[in-house]
Design a protein around this ligand. Sequence first.
Ligand SMILES: [Zn+2]
Length: 157
Amino acid sequence: MSYISLYRKWRSQTFDDIVGQPAIVQTLKNAIKNNRLAHAYLFCGPRGTGKTSAARILAKALNCESGPTPSPCGQCDPCKKIRNGHSVNVIEIDAASNRGIDEIRELRERTKYTPVEGRYKVYIIDEVHMLTSEAFNALLKTLEEPPSHTVFVLATT
Ligand SMILES: [Zn+2]
């Protein structure tokens, strides 16, 4: 339990907090600023380099009450919910333990629905290389025709 609170406490909360990922951070900031967001991003890097943190900050940037903005306020309701892991718009999937076709089919069903609150749903698929090839093919179909309110962040080591 103490590990989790420490982890949450020290998780990067803004793009400027992320250390060592200048290319990703700049790309995301520009995309948000210029309203040229892609529907899917692939974050590569060893564990603990801020991939999931960057994805959550992206979710805040898109759903912040004063956004979409490269500098989410961190104070409004959507920002707080995302920070505390309570947002329905941020869906984190660990592909290492949910790697089958059924999980991806379920995910595809869910992406059809627009967000109940906020602007975008952000799906973070961690360890995406662990998916079975069948599941990955199903995911690719969704990525090829993504719903407009959806951003996928695929993270892999
Ligand atoms: Zn905010």
